[in-house]
Structures are given as C-alpha cells and as structure tokens.
Design a protein around this ligand. Sequence first.
Ligand SMILES: Nc1ncnc2c1ncn2[C@@H]1O[C@H](COP(=O)(O)OP(=O)(O)OP(=O)(O)O)[C@@H](O)[C@H]1O
Length: 292
Amino acid sequence: MRTLQVSGLTKNYGEKKALDDVSFQINQGEIVGLIGKNGAGKTTLLNCIAGNIFPDAGSICFENKDLLVNCEIRKEFGILIQPSFLDYMNTYDNLRLLQNAVGIWDKKLIRKQSDEVLKIVGLEGKGKTFVKSFSFGMKQRLGFAQALLNGYKFMILDEPFVGLDINGRAMVKEYIKKIVKEKQIGVIFSDHNLDEVRSLCERVIVIKDGKKIYDKGLEEDGQYEIGVESVNQGLIQAMAGIPGVEIDTEKSSLAFNNNTDLHQVIAAIVPHARIVFVKSSENDLENMLKGE
Ligand SMILES: Nc1ncnc2c1ncn2[C@@H]1O[C@H](COP(=O)(O)OP(=O)(O)OP(=O)(O)O)[C@@H](O)[C@H]1O
C-alpha cells in the first residue's frame, strides 16, 4: 500500500513553532485538502514532505520507508511548491532537467512526455518559448506540468490554483481527479478556499498555529442524529422510504447527512415515535474556518 504516514512532525523557526506534533496518514487514491489561514504552517508542512525542509522532530514515511533517510523515493513525487524555472531556458529545457533528474535521457521519450504534459496544462506549442516571457498564470501551469511529469506515486501541491483562470482551475482539478483514479496515487494540496477544496477532495485537514485541529472526510461534515424514545416497526417502514437514513436500534437513534432533508425525516418520524433530541454537526468545518 502506497501510504504516506506523517507522525509527530514538528518544526521551529527560532521561537516560532511552525509545526507542532502533526500526524496523519494519506492512503493511495486519496486526495486531501490542507486548509489554514496565512501563516498556519501549510507550506512548511508540504515542504517537509517534499524534502525542502528538514523537520526538528517526527517522521515521514512512504510505503513504510523513512523519507528523511530514503530521499530518492521523492523522485517519483510530483511537487508544486513555489515553482521555480530557469528563465533563460525554454519550456522544453526546463522540463528536460526534471526528466534527467529521474534518469530519463531518451530524447524522443523526453519530448513525448513533455508534449503530453504541456497539452494537459494548455501550453501546447509553447515548448520552445523562453519561460521569461510567460505570465504568472502560464508559469503556474508550467509548474503543474512539472508536477505531472514526476507524479508517479504521490503529489504535493501548494496552492495549485493560484494565478489560474477558471479554465486553468477546472483543468487542474479534472486532471488531478483523473490521475488519482488511473494511477491510484495520493495527493495533498493546500488552498484557502473551502469551496475549491470541496470540489476536489473528500477529506480535509485544517491546521492552525502549526497544530492539526481537524481531519475528517467531507461526508462526515453536515451529519444529523435524531434520538427517539423507541424504534418500532412503523418507524422502520417510514424510514425505508427515505434514502440515506441509518437506524441504530440499540441507541434508538437515526443518522443521516445533509443530502437528506431534515424536515422530511422529522415529519416521517412524528407519527411513529417521540423525538428525544436532534443533534447536528452541520458545517463544523465552515464554522471552524469562520472562527479562525
Ligand atoms: N524561513 C522562515 N523563517 C522564519 N519563520 C518562518 C519561515 N518560514 C515560515 N515561517 C513562519 O512559520 C509560520 C508558518 O509559515 P507557512 O509559510 O508554513 O504558513 P502557510 O500556512 O503556508 O501560510 P500562507 O497561507 O500565508 O502561505 C509562519 O508564522 C511564518 O512566518
């Protein structure tokens, strides 16, 4: 299993604790969004995983191998963190350097792979253009192309949508979903916008002041639980007509998420059982981010 395991990650910059005992796991085929306000520690965390920063404590393992020792594993990671290019080289040459770094020297293969990723990111025909003439958004697209080139096993993307227009954002999202499905790689990406994150992933990690304060699947957000005095046959039959409602007879409760209409469920319960409580974790995440 290609699992990324981050344990007890801590990084200080002098007195400043940029990361404080952060632990989580990302499985293959999983896209995880990393959210937090400015200065929360997102880039530091991604840089530690990418090997650009050495943590003060903790471990990062991939496929059960310690990444802090086996650095070469990262050659097969697609990384987009503050993309940097050699401005005096053209697009092809910038991509070629990365391919050479992972041991690809075959010129035909290099050109084929480069043309493929340039097409994906909408820079088709720009292979011979010097990078210094690129706009910020075009550089961001090229940065994503670089990440795609080496993203065989895992992808680390720091604010991949910054500077991209609507088409660019849609392209990045579509392609991330596609490769995750096809190659079953894991992806962690950071962003400030919860809607953007929701549209791409199923799980969100929130960090605040270097600490992980939230780590849940988005489907767990917006859950309802209704307690009843007792679960009877009439209630079971009534709930059978409403998709998404799970009945726990032992706890005398019903659980469903916000895809199911709360009022419809309550109306269906009332003729059969007395409601004891209604609990909602609706939009925990949204509330938490507002409260930051
Ligand atoms: N090289 C550094 N030297 C000193 N402090 C640093 C350094 N890099 C980051 N920091 C501090 O560490 C904390 C975390 O920074 P980081 O860049 O990881 O946050 P972030 O969540 O990525 O922020 P943003 O959303 O603004 O990009 C911040 O307080 C920042 O000022």
